[in-house]
Ligand binder design. Structure first.
Ligand SMILES: [Fe+2]
Ligand SMILES: [Fe+2]
Length: 191
């Protein structure tokens, strides 16, 4: 590197560093962008994005029921089930908080519903935190599992029976396809 004219000139190095940064950014952005394209294509093919969210709800309840059935000494199994639940619930919550609830708030004018649902997600996160911190063999661990399951069931019922239908009737086919892509993109940041 001399006088800025060799192959390792300051300009070249800056360009190289810039290119490397761009490559890293591109590699991180690619999975969410691919997921967005796949999600839009699925919706265009007639798949209802709300059905995918409802399917997630069933999975959460199934994982929590499995936790409830596990014996107190199945510490490893409980830890694994909890991690699976946390990952899926985090992705689902991110998609709802960044896409569904703002639409509910701004487009469906369901301001109170949106605030209430955001608040319940915060409660779920506190339950998850407590479940991670508590000894998995502690009988009180199952009480927390039961409380989280009850909360998720009530919350899911509100979304499925009241708020998803409100949005479904507002959206055109094109908007539904775009929504599906956006949901997939948000989930891909976590999954
Ligand atoms: Fe939710
Ligand atoms: Fe949900």
């Amino acid at each position: 590197m001399h006088n800025g004219r060799g192959w390792l000139s300051t300009g070249n190095m800056a360009a190289f560093a810039g290119g490397a940064v761009a490559a890293v950014v591109a590699s991180r952005m690619l999975p969410p962008l691919m997921a967005q394209a796949v999600g839009s294509a699925r919706a265009a093919a007639g798949r209802d994005p709300f059905e995918a969210l409802i399917k997630d709800h069933r999975q959460f309840v199934a994982l929590l029921s499995e936790m409830e059935r596990s014996p107190n000494d199945a510490v490893f199994q409980r830890t694994q089930l909890l991690l699976r639940l946390k990952r899926r619930l985090t992705a689902h919550a991110l998609a709802e908080e960044d896409v569904i609830y703002p639409m509910l708030h701004d487009r469906a004018n369901a301001v109170e519903d949106a605030r209430h649902l955001y608040g319940e997600h915060a409660e779920m996160k506190m339950h998850l935190h407590a479940l991670e911190q508590m000894p998995k063999g502690d009988p009180r661990w199952l009480d927390r599992v039961g409380a989280l399951k009850a909360l998720i069931q009530t919350h899911a019922r509100q979304e499925e029976e009241i708020d998803f239908p409100k949005l479904r009737q507002l959206l055109s086919d094109r908007q539904t396809a775009r929504l599906s892509g956006s949901l997939q993109r948000e989930k891909a940041f976590v999954l």
